[in-house]
Design a protein around this ligand. Structure first.
Ligand code: XMP
Length: 326
C-alpha cells in the first residue's frame, strides 16, 4: 500500500541508487518542494549533499532568513548562500515578456549553481573532485505545465523545467517528479520537517519577478514586497492561511490610474490580490475572502505603500486564469 512512509522510503532508495557515492547540490528556494527534495536526498546520501540558496533579490520579506535559520535547524544540512542580486537584475533588465523572464531566471539559477560548486568542494576541488548532480524539487504539475507531459502544450516554463540550458553540467535528481503537492507535504512530515516548512503556502521559484507585470526594477520590487507583506500579515492575523492555497500579490507596474489622497491627485499603480483555493494547483477557484479582511488589506496598502493608489481583487478561477499572472 502507498503510505507516506513507503513513498518516502522508496524515494530515498531511488536517490541512493542514482547518486551512489558522488556529490550533489540542491537549490533551496525557501518553498516546500525544494525543502522536501533536499530532506530526501540528505537522508539518502548525507554529507555528499550541499544545499545552495541563491539570493536573487526576488524574494519576499524575511525569506532568506527563514531558509538560513529554519531549514538548517530542522535538517542540519550543509548550506551555502550565493549573493546573486546584481546578476539576476542585469539578466532581467529591459525584459517584460513573461516567458523571457522565466527563461532568464532559469538560466541564472543554473549559472549560480555552477558558480557555487567551487565553494561546495572547497579543498577537494584541488584533487579533481566534482559535483555531478543537481537536486530539484520539480513536481508533476510543473512538468505537465512546462510542456513536459506527453501531448501537452507549454503553459508556462517553470523555472526548473523549461528554463534549463542545453549544456547543463549536472545530471538532475528530481525525487518529487511524480508527486502532487499534498503528497510532497505528507512525505516532508514523514521525514520530520517542521510544519513551518511543510505547511508553507507555495511560492514560485522565479519569485516576485513574475508578479511584476512589466519590467523588474529594484524600486518596483520594493513596492511589491511592502504590499505583499501587508497582505500576508493580515491574512495570517485573520486566521485564513489554512483556507487559502496561496495569495499572489501582483503589481501592475505598467498601469497607472488616477486617485485622490488628502487634497491631492495621485497617479499610481494598482495592486492585484489573487487569493485562490486549490487541491493541486492544476485547477483553482478564487477564494471568497471576508470583506473586512479585504478592506483592511486595501486600506493598509494604499495608506502605507506610496506609489499604490488602488487595490483590486482577481475573481477568476483556473482555468481560464492561471494562479500566477505570468
Ligand atoms: P500557475 O500560475 O501555473 O501556478 O497556475 C501553479 C502553481 O505553481 C507555482 N508556480 C511555480 N513554482 N516555479 C515554481 O517553483 C515556477 O516557475 C512556477 N510558476 C508557477 C504557482 O505559484 C502555483 O502554486
Amino acid at each position: 500500500t502507498w503510505t507516506a512512509a513507503n513513498i518516502a522510503e522508496a524515494l530515498v532508495e531511488g536517490v541512493r541508487a542514482q547518486v551512489g557515492d558522488r556529490r550533489a547540490i540542491c537549490g533551496l528556494s525557501g518553498g516546500v518542494d525544494s525543502a522536501v527534495a533536499a530532506a530526501i536526498v540528505q537522508r539518502a546520501i548525507g554529507d555528499q549533499l550541499t544545499c545552495v540558496f541563491v539570493d536573487h533579490g526576488l524574494l519576499r520579506a524575511g525569506e532568506r532568513e527563514q531558509v538560513e535559520q529554519d531549514f538548517v535547524a530542522a535538517t542540519g544540512a550543509r548550506l551555502v548562500t550565493v549573493d546573486a542580486v546584481d546578476t539576476f537584475m542585469a539578466a532581467l533588465a529591459g525584459t517584460s515578456d513573461p516567458e523571457t523572464k522565466r527563461k532568464a531566471i532559469g538560466r541564472e539559477f543554473i549559472r549560480s549553481f555552477e558558480g557555487a560548486t567551487a565553494q561546495v568542494l572547497g579543498d577537494a576541488a584541488a584533487d579533481g573532485a566534482t559535483v555531478d548532480f543537481l537536486v530539484q524539487g520539480t513536481l508533476y504539475p510543473d512538468v505537465v505545465e512546462s510542456g513536459g507531459g506527453a501531448g501537452t502544450a507549454t503553459i508556462k516554463s517553470h523555472h526548473n523545467v523549461g528554463g534549463l540550458p542545453d549544456d547543463l553540467e549536472f545530471a538532475l535528481v528530481e525525487p518529487l517528479r511524480l508527486l502532487f503537492k499534498d503528497e510532497v507535504r505528507a512525505v516532508g512530515r514523514e521525514l520530520g520537517l517542521p510544519e513551518a516548512i511543510v505547511g508553507r503556502q507555495p511560492f514560485p521559484g522565479p519569485g516576485l519577478a513574475i508578479r511584476i507585470v512589466g519590467e523588474v526594477t529594484q524600486e518596483r520590487l520594493e513596492i511589491l514586497r511592502a504590499a505583499d507583506l501587508i497582505a500576508r500579515t493580515e491574512l495570517t492575523a485573520a486566521g485564513l492561511d489554512g483556507e487559502i492555497w496561496q495569495c499572489p500579490v501582483v503589481l501592475l507596474a505598467d498601469v497607472r490610474s488616477v486617485g485622490v489622497q488628502g487634497d491631492g491627485r495621485t497617479y499610481g499603480h494598482p495592486i492585484v490580490l489573487r487569493p485562490v483555493s486549490s487541491e493541486d494547483a492544476m485547477t483553482a477557484d478564487w477564494t471568497r475572502l471576508p470583506y473586512e479582511v479585504l478592506e483592511r488589506i486595501s486600506t493598509r496598502i494604499t495608506n502605507e505603500v506610496a506609489e499604490v493608489n488602488r487595490v483590486v481583487l482577481d475573481v477568476t478561477s483556473k482555468p481560464p486564469g492561471t494562479i500566477e499572472w505570468e
